[in-house]
Structures are given as C-alpha cells and as structure tokens.
Design a binder for this molecule. Structure first.
Ligand SMILES: C[S@@+](CC[C@H](N)C(=O)[O-])C[C@H]1O[C@@H](n2cnc3c(N)ncnc32)[C@H](O)[C@@H]1O
Length: 287
C-alpha cells in the first residue's frame, strides 16, 4: 500500500477498521459461490491485491478445512499481514499462503488453483488501461479451479467524479473473538480530483486520532493515496468476457432497514439507475 512510515501509528490497523468488513465479505463470497454453483461450498480463496489480507483471515476463521492465498506486492504490508494472521489464527495460519509478489507473477502450480478469486476494496481500479485490465483478468481466469468464480468490486456515479471530503467516526467492534479493538478515531475519504480524459480519480485516506492526554488530535494525512480508474459496470463485464470468462454480471449487496431481516439483498442486478454514487460487485464465472 502507498503509505508513509509511521513509528507510532499503525496505519494498516486503522485501515482495517475504517474500510474493511472482512467477516461480511468472507460470507458474501461463500454465498455468491453457493448461489452460482448449486449449493456447493468453495474451499480455496485467493485474495489478490490483498493488503491486510483480512478477508483471507476471516475466510479461514469462519470455515473448517478452508485454505487461502493472499497476494500483495508490498513487502512491509505482507509482513504486517503475516503477523496479524498468526496472532488471530494461531496454528491455523498455516492454511494461509501469503505471497509477496505482483499478482501477474503468481499462478498454479506455485499456488493452488482457487475456487474464488476476490479483488476487493476497489483494487481492480489500479488498472488504468483496458489492455492491462484484460491481461490481468485472463491471468486470473487461468488461476481458477474448474467452476471457479471471480468477484471484484468497484464504485462510480457523478459523486465519484466530484471533489469531496467525507469524514466518519470509526468505533472498532471486533466480530472475531480473537481480535482486539483499538480506540475510536476519525476516517477521512477524499476525492481530490477527477480527470475525464483518463477517467482516473485521485483519492486519499486520512486519519485523525484523539490524543489520550486530551491534547491536539494527531492527523495522518495521505495515509493511503490511490490513482483509481473509474470503470463502468458495462465495460468491466465486457473486459471479463474478452478475457475468457463465460459470464460476468453486476451484483449488489444492499440493506433496507425499513424491511428488517427481509431488507437484505445479495444478487445480480439488471439496472442501477440514477444513483449519485454507487458501489457494486462484478461476479464472473468460468467453466
Ligand atoms: C486498496 S489496497 C486493497 C487491500 C484489500 N484488498 C482490501 O480489501 O482492503 C490495494 C493493495 O494492492 C497492492 N497492489 C497494488 N498493485 C498490485 C499488484 N500489481 N500486485 C500485487 N499487489 C498489488 C498494494 O500493495 C495494496 O496493498
């Protein structure tokens, strides 16, 4: 990840609590697989652009006999993920293969073929050119086991193309028994600028931490900085098909609190109209 070194502040730990919900994502991935594959369960998850590898850890924590492969090209981030995995999973961390490499350089037999490949938190947007995107998707297709499924997520809408700053208070609440909370803090998501020629958004994550002594808060500006291509859902689905996938469709996971337990939706969508901002999965299947 692109972040400044900080002795005192663990920006990856802040990132994990601010923007990740790994237990939900691990469950969503399994439900998507079961839905598309007649109720069968996936065993091997490959998490590309894994960062904290938190989805892999949750995948292992939530299912017996599962394995995970987490790939990231940043050495310090992979080392951090390894320490966290050992802390949370103990001996089960052996079921996680942490790979320090570019995603393009990792394929079977070096690693197991995956039932699911996930690329979450918008990492597919690292590809700013279509040719590189299709090359990566074709590579990922070859890394899947028979009946494999690939899941990426992305975001868009006019609001994603507008300079903005959103601040949110984060109150860490662990869902895995083995995970310890950290003190609440502020998370700031900035859309700094959008270039319509390249479709690239310059976006940043900042953190603001309370001083335990009651002094001035500590600010970590540009803890993470991204140049993300804002792929449309139609062009992403086309890229998957051009890369050899049999099918690719937008899926959404939404919740309408007015409907209570019936308000949860996870499934494919044919339309997503008139949203100022949206997030969505693209789910692709291979024979
Ligand atoms: C936005 S973070 C996503 C982390 C995680 N997937 C999540 O859900 O939060 C992207 C990560 O991708 C890694 N990365 C970027 N390009 C990569 C590449 N070509 N190969 C492997 N890792 C890459 C970065 O080092 C960074 O840790």
């Amino acid at each position: 990840m692109n972040h400044p070194a900080s002795d005192a502040i663990d920006v990856l730990e802040l990132y994990r609590w601010a923007v990740q919900d790994p237990e939900t994502h691990a469950t969503v991935l399994q439900v998507i697989y079961e839905t598309l594959r007649d109720g069968r369960e996936a065993a091997v998850l490959r998490e590309d652009f894994a960062g904290t590898s938190a989805e892999s850890v949750a995948w292992l924590a939530l299912g017996e006999g599962r394995r995970a492969i987490a790939v990231d090209r940043d050495e310090a981030t992979v080392a951090w993920a390894g320490r966290r995995a050992r802390r949370l999973l103990g001996a089960d961390a052996e079921r996680l293969a942490l790979v320090h490499a570019d995603v393009m350089d990792v394929a079977p037999p070096r690693v197991a073929a995956a039932d699911i490949i996930s690329v979450l938190n918008f990492s597919i947007c690292y590809f700013t050119e279509r040719r590189a995107l299709v090359r990566y998707l074709a590579h990922a297709r070859r890394c899947l086991a028979p009946d494999g499924v690939m899941v990426v997520n992305t975001f868009g809408g006019p609001g994603a193309q507008t300079a903005s700053i959103d601040r949110r208070r984060v109150e860490p609440a662990p869902r895995l028994a083995c995970e310890a909370p950290i003190a609440p803090f502020d998370y700031v998501w900035e859309h700094r600028s959008y270039d319509a020629v390249t479709d690239v958004l310059d976006c940043r994550i900042h953190f603001e931490l309370d001083d335990p002594e009651g002094g001035a808060s500590r600010v970590v500006r540009d803890a993470f900085a991204y140049r993300f291509r804002l792929w449309g859902l139609a062009e992403l689905c086309e890229a998957f098909r051009d890369a050899g996938f049999d099918d690719a469709r937008p899926w959404r996971h939404t919740y309408d609190p007015a409907l209570g337990d019936d308000g949860v939706f996870l499934g494919p969508v044919d339309a997503l109209a008139d949203k100022p901002q949206w997030t969505a999965y693209v789910v692709a299947t291979a024979a």
